[in-house]
Ligand binder design. Structure first.
Ligand code: BTN
Length: 244
């Protein structure tokens, strides 16, 4: 991971550049990183605020030989690597919340966007986009984000972090978990994710589009589906929801 790095000062989105490089045959592990994104992309078509040179905005190109339906495993793997990498670099209490939020004291510190290129039933490439809020201060965030987003620096009393130390720490963890995944499959990642995710083992309410499911979050499946044990003892699968 990261043997080949493409660095740009300003881009629309590192995802756009990475997708283009995939088409040109870029090798696995290629990373695209930019100081600023003018059109950063978040999940569900939302924008991702990344105009500042104070965060880390990058995309990793992977070419695992897996079927598309297990692609969410890469998102969970990424959450584990980001959690461990950030915690090691900063000593701050970084949390994972299902499905793939990375939080610090309840506010969003990082975002993960996984997009894939697939052909028939095989994946051609996966582009994993990672956004890390590093040295932003409160006034760097737009008004509507200040209640829900934070940065490493804001949570460490204004300490300024070396962005290169932070990314190296995350990429080292990434490499560790990615090769373990290729070698041993999803099981070790799933175990680690369940240890780190604050959602697991707790009484939660999952609000899906159609209903609310209440119970104890027991774990996740190989497809990244959340399993909730309800009061009546039955197990319910939740594919997509907001968790309280
Ligand atoms: C989310 O909605 O939580 C995911 C945000 C992902 C942001 C990163 S920043 C680097 C890469 N390029 C983008 O345009 N998005 C991802």
């Amino acid at each position: 991971i990261g043997r080949h790095i493409v660095y740009k000062k300003e881009v629309t989105s590192t995802q756009d550049i990475a997708h283009q490089l995939v088409q040109e045959g870029a090798e696995e592990g290629t990373i695209v990183i930019a100081d600023k994104q003018t059109k950063g992309k978040g999940r569900l078509g939302r924008p991702w605020h990344s105009m500042e040179e104070k965060g880390l905005w990058f995309s990793i190109i992977l070419r695992p030989d897996i079927p598309p339906q297990v692609a969410p495993q890469l998102t969970l793997l990424t959450a584990v690597a980001v959690q461990e990498g950030l915690e090691r670099a900063t000593d701050l209490p970084v949390e994972i919340k299902w499905p793939n939020d990375i939080l610090l004291r309840g506010k969003k510190i990082a975002g993960i966007l996984t997009e894939m290129h697939s052909e028939l039933d095989r994946i051609q490439a996966i582009v994993v986009g990672i956004g890390l809020n590093v040295n932003q201060q409160k006034t760097d965030f737009p008004e509507e984000l200040s209640a829900v987003a934070t940065s490493l620096s804001m949570e460490a009393n204004g300490k300024v972090f070396q962005r290169s130390d932070v990314i190296v720490s995350v990429l080292e963890k990434y490499e560790h978990w990615y090769y373990k995944y290729l070698d041993q499959g999803f099981f070790p990642i799933k175990k680690r994710w369940e240890q780190l995710a604050t959602t697991i083992g707790k009484e939660i309410t999952a609000k899906t589009m159609r209903k609310e499911v209440q119970g104890i979050a027991e774990g996740i499946t190989d497809e990244g589906v959340l399993l909730i044990r309800k009061k009546d003892g039955t197990l319910e699968s939740v594919y997509s929801a907001d968790i309280d």
